[in-house]
Design a protein around this ligand. Structure first.
Ligand SMILES: Nc1ncnc2c1ncn2[C@@H]1O[C@H](COP(=O)(O)OP(=O)(O)O)[C@@H](O)[C@H]1O
Ligand SMILES: CC(=O)OP(=O)(O)O
Ligand SMILES: [Mg+2]
Length: 431
């Protein structure tokens, strides 16, 4: 099922500033755009030293209550700026971001900009490496829209808008799926008719790969070991959530599948269900395929179970004695625990379980509940360490525990910046 990657030009996950050294005076700044279904996260970095010049977020795009938060960081930083009011779509969001950057003297017209790096969620099997975007790459990302309907359209708008603002600049796509292309066939292939699966390219692709790659490497660093030496279970728990089993730096299994719907319970997505639920609803509940798609992607998960998808709000409701919120939490954690057990078995030996993204980094009760009762597997958290708040990667298991439980903040934007810059500075070196 593997295919060569005709557009690949460099290896994944390079060290900061890796690739051929740019010529003296060559631009070193990278703008990274992480366009989600209803948000855009962005960072401007200088790869001379990896320092951030600005970062921000536009959220609730398409609603009346859109919000832009921009943080200038150049020269010791400036005041955070917030703007409220409707932002109709991703193109308008990017234009608003460009204006904020320009107000700090960091506009997209800057000659110091070397590349714009884009998170692209679905790259299919073709893109195993960061890739300079041209018409053929755009067409392939477009072709994959049906299997990433919440994400690839937003990614495409981000790319097209950035291209229109800086047509002269290289734009690089860094794919969520790339890290997972190392999965063995027995993990990637579904047990369905082989001809049908192959004709429709149905298999497990996996997502959040940039985060799984970054966090598994940072976890090895936290343990004082090389990535090749450690086996890590990474739990990326954001709005979308996925688990991966990483053996010696390579992904060997992951919980998301053909689309980002499978696996863990998420903010609005069901994760694993019996596939027969879909045709049962279509046959018996007068629902179309589209209706079931919306149900499972947008009206399920935590929001479907208790009406809230934000773990902060769910914890607040549990503290007030809300039974629906408590059940939603228990279902979320039960699924998580099943995946920890499954990937423990897949890996055979586990050095660390790493929690990351909004929930994983911040929700101590989720971490505690997910490993509760797994002492026989060498897993436990230290209540005091687990409750501490910090932006740093840290171990929260007791010293005696055989397996480290770690909290490792993800940084998809930094990883995308490193990969994008390595690719274009490598290209510049070849020119
Ligand atoms: N302090 C916190 N405590 C508990 N959960 C939090 C906290 N901060 C953020 N979260 C959770 O993280 C989620 C967002 O995670 P994030 O990784 O930013 O998601 P995404 O990138 O998918 O939008 C929120 O929906 C919320 O559930
Ligand atoms: C792939 C995916 O689920 O991404 P996100 O968490 O940004 O929605
Ligand atoms: Mg995310």
């Amino acid at each position: 099922m593997t295919q060569p990657s005709p557009t690949a030009t460099t290896g994944p996950s390079p060290a900061p500033g890796a690739g051929a050294a740019p010529g003296a005076g060559a631009p070193t700044r990278v703008l990274v755009l992480n366009s989600g279904s209803s948000s855009v996260k962005y960072q401007l970095l200088d790869m001379k030293d990896g320092g951030r010049l600005a970062l921000g977020l536009v959220e609730r795009i398409g609603e009346e209550t859109s919000r832009l938060v921009h943080t200038p960081l150049l020269g010791g930083g400036g005041e955070k700026r917030e703007k409220h009011g409707p932002i109709a779509d991703h193109a308008a969001a990017l234009k608003a971001v460009a204006e904020e950057l320009a107000a700090d003297g960091l506009g997209l017209d800057s000659p110091e900009l070397a590349v714009i790096g884009h998170r692209v969620v679905h790259g299919g099997l073709r893109f195993t490496e960061p890739t300079v975007i041209d018409d053929a790459v755009l067409a392939e990302i477009e072709r994959l829209v049906p299997v990433a309907p919440l994400h690839n359209p937003a990614n495409l708008t981000g790319i097209r808008t950035a291209m229109s603002l800086r047509p002269d600049l290289p734009q690089v796509a860094v794919f969520d799926t790339a890290f997972h292309t190392t999965m063995p066939e027995w993990a990637a292939r579904y047990a369905i008719d082989v001809e049908t699966a192959d004709a429709h390219r149905i298999r497990r692709y996996g997502f959040h790969g940039t985060s799984h790659a970054y966090v598994s490497r940072e976890t090895a660093r936290l343990l004082g070991k090389a990535p090749e030496e450690v086996n890590v279970i990474v739990l990326h728990l954001g709005n979308g959530a996925s688990a991966s089993a990483v053996a010696g730096g390579r992904c060997v299994d992951t919980s998301m599948g053909l689309t980002p719907l499978e696996g863990l319970v998420m903010g609005t997505r069901s994760g694993d269900i019996d596939p027969a639920v879909t045709f049962h609803l279509m046959r018996n509940a007068d629902m179309s395929a589209e209706d079931v798609d919306v149900l499972l992607n947008k009206r399920s998960g935590l929001v479907g179970l208790c009406g809230d998808n934000d773990m902060r709000e769910i914890r607040r409701r549990i503290d007030e004695g809300d039974a629906r919120a408590a059940l939603a939490f228990d279902i979320y954690v039960h699924r998580l625990k099943k995946y920890i057990g499954a990937y423990y078995a897949v890996l055979g030996r586990v050095d660390a379980v790493a929690f990351t993204a909004g929930v994983g980094e911040n929700a101590a009760p989720v971490r505690e509940a997910a490993v509760a009762g797994l002492e026989e597997l060498g897993l436990a958290v230290d209540a005091g360490l687990n409750a501490e708040r910090s932006d740093e990667a840290r171990i929260v298991s007791p010293e005696y525990a055989r397996v480290a439980v770690a909290v490792v903040p993800t940084d998809e934007e930094l990883e995308i910046a490193r990969q994008s810059y390595a690719l274009v500075s490598g290209l510049a070196g070849e020119a």
